[in-house]
Ligand binder design. Structure first.
Ligand SMILES: [Mn+2]
Length: 342
């Protein structure tokens, strides 16, 4: 990047300069000596997790490292459409086929706020593999040897792009596509508060590199599976407003969830947040072991990251989640009580 403001956006102030130099040195060495590097994102990866993994995999791989893009879902689950169309998505190594820890020189974990969210990839931490963490989650478990966490960044791919620049690795169309998809999904299509000039600057560079943004917008935001639309219908039919805390909430049942993935719950909570009475939105879906997975969104004033953390989960100020037991009413009551504290 050329402009100083692009190179040093406000979110980058949270990165420790010495750690950044150490990470750059470590990645450069991995490329120069052909090390085997597992690059991993969280289970059930979203656009930012998978985009970060594939961008670093493609860039560092082209530079000489033997990169292994990994997602630790067990049972192994292929990336959900349209993320399966990201360059390199077909090279993602499923949990069952991950190399032994003794054959891995370095682990890079991205967009993952806790070890548990790594799934099977967490075994490398247990085995003591040197670990770099790149993330933008504000509330997270502290793990890994070298941590570059920028809570004010709109997406993890911004941290990745910064490192690729630091390593002077070219932004090919394929790499730019991965970065762009991570950016456009995690920034709420460039709408969330964290979307700053540097996010748009990176998007501009990505388009200049040839990213087919119209295709990706259509695929990401204007296509829904019929099963997801059905789920949204069930959820919206239960929409309830708690005026005293400006909460709009809804839940869906196990039968209604059927074969819908976590992204469907995100769609529901995003729809709930659009209610004009809503400051905070909560969507609940049952987990397989009788609990509830909650997804929280804030329009700006309320800190749902704090609420989720108090519920044993995590996330950002404006988007967070948790997993708890209890009835939907009990879970909602707890969220209401926590919002009153805020
Ligand atoms: Mn993210």
């Amino acid at each position: 990047m050329t402009a100083t403001s692009d190179r040093d956006p406000a979110w980058a102030a949270d990165l420790d300069p010495d750690t950044e130099v150490a990470v750059l040195d470590r990645l450069r060495r991995a490329a120069d000596t052909g090390e085997r590097v597992v690059v991993a994102g969280h289970v059930a990866p979203d656009g930012d997790a998978l985009g970060a993994v594939l961008a670093l995999h493609l860039a560092l791989g082209a530079a000489g490292a033997r990169t292994v893009p990994a997602i630790g879902d067990m049972p192994p689950t292929p990336p959900s459409p349209p993320l399966d169309r990201l360059p390199g998505a077909d090279q993602v190594v499923a949990a069952a086929r991950l190399p032994d820890a003794s054959e891995v020189d370095l682990l890079v974990c991205m967009d993952t706020a806790s070890v548990a969210r790594l799934g099977e990839v967490a075994r490398y931490l247990d085995a003591g593999v040197t670990t770099v963490v790149l993330d933008h989650h504000a509330q997270g478990e502290v793990f890994g040897d070298l941590r570059l966490v920028a809570p004010l960044a709109a997406a993890t791919v911004q941290v990745v792009a910064r490192l690729l620049d630091g390593l002077s690795l070219p932004l090919t169309r394929e790499i730019a596509t991965c970065l762009y998809v991570g950016l456009v999904t995690d920034s709420g299509r460039f709408g969330y508060q964290a979307t700053d000039a540097s996010a748009h600057a990176l998007a501009g560079r990505a388009l200049a590199a040839g990213v087919d943004q119209a295709w990706w917008h259509q695929a990401l935001f204007a296509s829904r599976r019929a099963a997801e639309l059905s789920l949204l219908g069930h959820g919206l039919a239960r929409l309830t407003v708690v005026p005293e805390v400006a909460l709009v909430h809804a839940h869906v049942t196990a039968e209604e969830v059927a074969d819908c993935d976590d992204a469907s719950l995100d769609s529901l909570v995003d729809l709930l947040r659009s209610a004009d009475q809503a400051e905070v939105a909560l969507a609940l879906r049952p987990t397989t072991n009788g609990g509830w997975k909650g997804s929280l969104r804030s329009r700006g004033t309320a800190d749902v990251g704090r609420v989720a953390a108090a519920m044993g989960g995590g996330g950002h100020r404006l988007a967070a989640g948790f997993t708890v037991t209890g009835s939907p009413q009990e879970v909602t009551d707890r969220v209401v009580a926590l919002l009153k504290e805020g």
